[in-house]
Design a protein around this ligand. Structure first.
Ligand SMILES: [Fe+2]
Ligand SMILES: [Fe+2]
Length: 209
């Protein structure tokens, strides 16, 4: 295991219960709220997977893992990504919050020994999605937006739910379209989000329903 990750796990006795281990890991590293959010996104991802014929167990695991990099505060994220030999895009350097998806992916592999590429990839693009996204990518992306980590109802929930009535991909596109309409107010536009948006816009022939 990589040195900077070893430090974060030194006080933990891992069991064979992944959900429990992730919760313990986040709580010991002073992120109890993220632990709760990850459990909630896991449950939501399972529901979405059942609704759209994805693998519910994989979806739930991806939800539990998606924000484990919260243990690195924003100001440490670029340094952590460099240590972990992650490719850093200019927009991530400018706005380090969005690199947390890539750090979570490496941590899932290195700390929690996840080898399923579909799960790792979904964790690795849960904030921005990406072009050619898989069903599991879209399940986790949508679940994280429904079970969001802030209080009250998400402002985009109606559009998102309307999209989901048509299909999983419509749901994902509805949320990206919501962001796109407000793109002037976003700190940065991640190139993966732009690529996902352009791909959906082309394949849907315009705006989502
Ligand atoms: Fe996240
Ligand atoms: Fe999240």
């Amino acid at each position: 295991m990589h040195g900077i990750l070893k430090e974060l796990t030194s006080k933990i006795n891992f069991t064979n219960d992944l959900k429990q281990d992730i919760t313990t890991f986040l709580s010991i590293n002073r992120c109890p709220k993220t632990a709760q959010h990850c459990v909630e996104v896991g449950s939501e991802a399972r529901k979405i997977a059942e609704r759209f014929n994805a693998d519910p167990a994989e979806a739930e695991i991806a939800g539990w893992l998606h924000d484990i990099s919260a243990v690195f505060p924003n100001e440490q994220r670029i340094a952590a990504a460099k240590e972990l030999q992650i490719d850093i895009l200019p927009e991530e350097e400018a706005f380090p919050m969005i690199i947390h998806q890539k750090i979570s992916r490496v941590m899932a592999q290195d700390i929690f020994k996840i080898t399923n590429i579909e799960i790792l990839d979904a964790v690795g693009c849960h904030t921005t999605l990406r072009a050619n996204s898989t069903k599991l990518d879209q399940v986790l992306f949508v679940a994280d937006k429904i079970a969001w980590d802030q209080t009250g109802e998400p402002p985009y929930i109606q559009e998102l739910n309307r999209g989901l009535e048509l299909s999983l991909t419509h749901g994902a596109y509805s949320y990206i379209h919501y962001l796109w309409q407000r793109k002037e107010s976003l700190k940065v536009i991640h190139s993966w989000l732009r690529e996902a948006y352009e791909e959906f816009r082309t394949s849907f022939g315009g705006d989502p329903a």
